[in-house]
Design a protein around this ligand. Structure first.
Ligand code: PMP
Length: 357
C-alpha cells in the first residue's frame, strides 16, 4: 500500500498537480554544506579507492569515544538499514523467531520474511502511550526466539520507550539469553533524552546512522556497535557484499561529527517547531494522538477510519500520508511525516483535519 500511494503521488505530480508528500521519512532539509564540502575535498585528495570492510579507523575511533566503547566494537555499514539486515541475517539464518513490537518500521518484518524467520508481534497502543506490556512480551518469547528488535524513538509514533519499561525489557531478554537489536536512528535528535541499549552492557546491539541526525539519507551511512565476534562476522558480510563504505563518505561523516552539536541542534529545533505546529493544528480536529517526543512523525487515530481508503482519497486532495496498516494492525491510524517546509505542512495539516471531520 505504501508503494501504491507513492506511485499515485508520482503520477499526480507528472500530471502537473501539486502533492505535499508526507508519506515517507526523507527530510526536505539539505545536507549541511560543510559535510558536502568535506566529501568533495576527500575525493580530490584521492579517497576514492577500496578500503577496510570494518570502516575507517579514525571514524570508528571517534564513534567509539562518543558511545564509550572500543573502536573494535564499531563497524560501518551503508545505511543503518543494511546494518539491520546484516545483524538479522546473522542471528536468524539458522532458524528461530524474532520478536518485534508494533507499530514497527516495515523493513524489520520484511527482512524477517526474506530470511524465512517467523515474526512474533507485540502490539502497543496509543491508549497506553505506546508502552510495551512486559507480560505480553514474555508470552511472545519461546525457546526459538533469537532476538528482540526495539526502535527507540519509534517510527511511526515518535514515542520514546519509558526507561523503566526498557529496564524490564532488558531484564527479560537477559534472563532468557536473548539478544536485543536496538535501532536508535532517531535518538540523537530526539526532543527528550532517551536511554540507549549500550547503557545496559551485555551482548545487545546498537544500530544507528547519519541519515536522520545530519540529513544525509542518500549518502547511505550507518553503523553497528556490537561485541567483537559479531563485528568480525559483519565485516565478512561487508566483504562479500559491499566491500566497504566509500571512504570519502566516511571522511565527510567525520566532519559531521566534529561539527556535531551545532548541526544537530538546528535540525532538532526545526523538527520541534514542526511537531508543535502539527500538534496545534491536529488537536483542533477529531484526531487522537500522542505528541511527538522525537522528530519526523506523528501517528494519529480517528475511530472508525479505514486508513488505506483515507490515504488514497486524501491524495486526490493533494496530500500523501502513509496508512497505519503499513506499520502493523493499525487500520484507524495514519502516519504523517513532518518532512515538508512549515507553510506546506500547515496547508496539508488543514486538509487532513477537514478530511477527518
Ligand atoms: N530505522 C528506522 C526506524 C527508519 O525509519 C529508517 C529510515 N526510514 C532506517 C532505520 C534506515 O535509515 P538509513 O538511512 O540509516 O538506512
Amino acid at each position: 500500500m505504501l508503494y501504491e500511494i507513492n506511485e499515485k503521488a508520482l503520477k499526480l505530480e507528472s500530471e502537473g498537480k501539486k502533492v505535499i508528500k508526507l508519506n515517507i521519512g526523507d527530510p526536505d532539509l539539505e545536507t549541511p554544506p560543510e559535510i558536502v564540502e568535506a566529501a568533495y575535498d576527500a575525493m580530490k585528495r584521492g579517497k576514492t579507492k577500496y578500503s577496510s570492510a570494518f570502516g575507517e579507523k579514525r571514524l570508528r575511533e571517534k564513534l567509539a569515544s562518543i558511545h564509550q566503547v572500543y573502536a573494535d566494537n564499531v563497524i560501518m555499514t551503508p545505511g543503518s538499514k543494511f546494518g539491520i539486515f546484516s545483524v538479522m541475517y546473522l542471528l536468524l539464518k539458522d532458524g528461530g523467531n524474532v520478536v518485534i513490537p508494533t507499530p514497527y518500521w516495515t523493513a524489520y518484518a520484511l527482512t524477517a520474511k526474506t530470511l524465512g524467520a517467523e515474526t512474533r508481534l507485540v502490539k502497543t497502543e496509543l491508549d497506553s502511550n505506546w508502552q510495551m506490556d512486559l507480560e505480553t512480551l514474555e508470552s511472545a518469547i519461546d525457546k526459538d526466539t533469537r532476538m528482540i528488535i526495539l526502535n527507540n524513538p519509534n517510527n511511526p509514533t515518535s514515542n520514546v520507550i519509558d526507561p523503566k519499561v526498557l529496564d524490564g525489557i532488558v531484564r527479560i531478554a537477559d534472563d532468557k539469553g536473548i539478544t536485543i537489536l536496538s535501532d536508535e536512528v532517531y535518538a540523537d535528535i530526539s526532543f527528550v533524552k532517551t536511554k540507549s541499549i549500550l547503557e545496559y552492557g551485555g551482548d545487545h546491539i546498537l544500530v544507528t546512522g547519519f541519515s536522520k541526525t545530519f540529513t544525509m539519507t542518500g549518502w547511505r551511512l550507518g553503523y553497528v556497535i556490537a561485541n567483537t565476534g559479531l563485528v568480525e562476522k559483519l565485516a565478512k558480510l561487508n566483504q562479500i557484499t559491499i566491500s566497504n563504505v566509500p571512504v570519502f563518505i566516511q571522511d565527510a561523516a567525520l566532519t559531521a561529527l566534529e561539527l556535531g552539536n551545532e548541526i544537530k541542534e538546528k535540525i532538532r529545533q526545526e523538527y520541534r517547531e514542526r511537531a508543535k505546529l502539527a500538534s496545534n493544528v491536529l488537536s483542533k480536529s477529531k484526531l487522537e494522538f500522542s505528541e511527538p517526543s522525537a522528530p519526523f512523525y506523528i501517528f494519529p487515530r480517528r475511530r472508525g477510519l479505514d486508513s488505506e481508503k483515507f490515504a488514497l482519497n486524501l491524495l486526490d486532495n493533494g496530500v500523501a500520508v502513509a496508512p497505519g496498516t503499513a506499520f502493523g494492525d493499525y487500520k484507524e491510524h495514519f502516519r504523517i511525516s513532518l518532512t515538508a517546509p512549515r507553510d506546506d505542512l500547515t496547508t496539508a495539516l488543514n486538509k487532513i483535519c477537514e478530511a477527518v471531520e
